[in-house]
Ligand binder design. Structure first.
Ligand code: TPP
Ligand code: MG
Length: 548
């Protein structure tokens, strides 16, 4: 047994079922160890995609995804994925190769100090200097990646350490760990604040989407009957049908959901992570904010809670509900605003203009996706429309990145979701800009054999930036490009492609693609004139009507 064998045994010991990546010659001992292991090596066509996939594995399961690359150039391609996992709080273990460290037969060829490069992008970055340290290091890496706040870790395995005979060192057995519950006095203080509130509102943030939390959150909301809204990354964390959903804060202010936020006198912010674009701008005259989280709040100009409830979120909320259930006569005070807010959001959902408007696209996607279907967004203008308009009833069924907000993650994250949930419909939604950043992964998708539909919104532009450019009064410049024929492009990968030719064509195109199985690309032309009409002019007029 050599260092690589021991590393692979340690990964098996952690329950790692697959590794995503692209090996180099420095990893060949590792590849050989993997060949003889129970772990599946899933080759991607760019290391960035491997990191996005491993991070999404962590996001959807709570258990770190693992990715593997060579040294220097391959390892550097992981950096965007590392930042995606760090900002997005997704557990991930990255393993990279390195030249031998005991001798330098190739001088400095391809050598980059990856441990230093990864340090600010990870929770922990280490070079493995001897096989004997591997069992403890790997256990530590998985613990650190997984524990709150989750994120990426990096281990570098030099070629000579990988090939060195390993001593008989036992692996470290993982065990379950419970997070402490909030202290009784903190619970009493929080309960007193909520009892005093005249117009309480719950906000569900990114950490509310942790896979282990969904039933506890739904119970809390159901028992207290306080209406809630969510941040973009908190979508779906309360099971559907509660009748208490007030909307999603996709903008930081002035949207319809802010009618409720602005009137609240208490916001119970559950799992809010300030990596997200602010869901509202906290001011010194605004509502009392109670932060409920696994960890204390991070203080920002726009987020400085007045009270905190720190500890296991599910158990703490259970203890809070025990103190409050049946005692909150004003719990539903803000519910009177609900119907009007939701009606505004649903406007124009069935408009038949062609190219299609974003509201219609969101509406039609919702129509073909079952409740547990998973939509994975890339980054572009449509993210705001999906966050705002797409109703989710199951946690982690709209995967979006409102943290690093990187283009290029949509397709890889959808491939991962489809691998984890072969029984569910999975749809990637990408702009024509973002799709082309990792479109080579169509080959990965078709090789691993997932069922996946990729919807490309075509405006031949970096629409989001073009919109901001116009909104800020700049001339239209530098944001347009040409595209391949997406149907022909799909067929070059051996996957099916279709183009939506009329507004009424989108639903049947998606239905056909899902019914046929395999990988499908559906291109739909989008008309982004609604961006300014709704998100600027309509909202401005609404605010004036409110008299503010
Ligand atoms: C990797 C990366 N590069 C640049 C940006 C800045 N950016 C955000 S949205 C956007 C345009 C996206 O264009 P597209 O994918 O076509 O979506 P659209 O907005 O047109 O729907 C750009 C350039 C980013 N977020 N990530
Ligand atoms: Mg575009």
């Amino acid at each position: 047994m050599n260092g690589a064998d021991l590393l692979v045994a340690a990964l098996e010991n952690e329950g790692a079922g697959q590794i995503f990546g692209i090996p180099g010659e420095e990893n060949l001992a590792m590849v050989e160890a993997l060949r003889r292991s129970s772990i599946r090596l899933v080759i991607t066509r760019h290391e960035q995609a491997a990191a996005f996939m491993a991070a999404t594995h962590g996001r959807l399961t709570g258990r770190p995804g693992v990715c593997l690359t060579t040294l220097g150039p391959g390892a550097l391609n992981l950096t965007t994925g590392a930042a995606y996992a760090l900002l997005g709080a997704m557990p991930m273990v990255m393993i990279t190769g390195q030249k031998g460290i005991l001798s330098r037969k190739q001088a400095r060829f391809q050598v980059v100090d990856m441990v230093s490069t990864m340090r600010p992008l990870t929770k922990m970055a280490h070079q493995i200097v001897s096989p004997a340290t591997i069992p403890a290091l790997v256990r530590d890496a998985f613990r650190v990646a997984q524990q709150e706040r989750p994120g990426p870790v990096h281990l570098e395995l030099p070629e000579d350490v990988a090939g060195e005979p390993a001593p008989k060192v036992p692996l470290v057995t993982p065990h379950p760990i419970e997070v402490p519950v909030a202290q009784p006095n903190a619970l009493d203080r929080a309960a007193a604040l909520i009892l005093k509130a005249e117009r309480p509102l719950i906000m569900l943030g990114a950490a509310a989407s942790r896979p282990r939390l969904s039933s506890a959150l739904s119970d809390f909301v159901r028992r207290l009957q306080i209406p809630f809204f969510n941040t973009q990354m908190g979508k779906g964390s309360v099971a559907g049908g509660s009748g208490l959903y007030m909307g999603t804060a996709a903008l930081s202010e002035r949207d319809y959901v802010h009618d409720a936020i602005d009137r609240a006198d208490l916001i119970i912010a559950i799992g809010h992570d300030t990596v997200e674009k602010p869901p509202f701008l906290m001011g010194h005259k605004g509502p009392i904010v109670l932060h409920v989280g696994y960890l204390p709040a991070t203080i920002e100009e726009v987020y400085f809670p007045h009270a905190e409830l720190i500890g296991d979120v599910g158990l703490s909320l259970g203890a809070l509900a025990e103190r409050l259930e049946g005692r909150l006569s004003k719990a539903g005070a803000l519910l009177t605003l609900r119907e009007e807010i939701l009606a505004h959001i649903e406007a124009r959902a069935d408009e038949s203009r062609y190219p299609l408007i974003p509201q219609r696209i969101v509406h039609d996607v919702r129509k073909v996706m079952p409740e547990d279907g998973i939509v994975c967004l890339d980054n572009g203008m449509y993210k705001i429309w999906f966050a705002r308009n797409y109703r989710t009833r199951v946690a982690n069924t709209l995967l979006l990145d409102n943290a690093l907000a990187t283009m290029g993650a949509g397709l890889p994250s959808a491939i991962m979701a489809a691998m984890l949930h072969p029984d569910r419909r999975v749809l990637a939604v990408c702009g024509d800009g973002g799709f082309m950043m990792n479109s080579q992964e169509l080959e990965t998708a078709s090789r691993v054999g997932v069922n996946l539909v990729v919807l490309i919104l075509q405006d031949n532009a970096f629409g989001m930036i073009r919109w901001k450019q116009a909104a800020d009064g700049f001339p239209d410049f530098g944001m347009t490009f040409g595209n391949p024929d997406f149907v022909a492009y799909a067929s070059a990968y051996g996957v099916k492609g279709s183009r939506v030719q009329s507004a009424d064509d989108l639903v049947p195109a998606l239905e056909t693609a899902f019914a046929e199985g395999g990988v499908h690309v559906v291109a739909v032309p989008v008309d982004y004139a609604e961006n300014s009409r709704v998100l600027i002019h309509e909202l401005r007029a609404h605010l004036e009507n409110r008299g503010e």
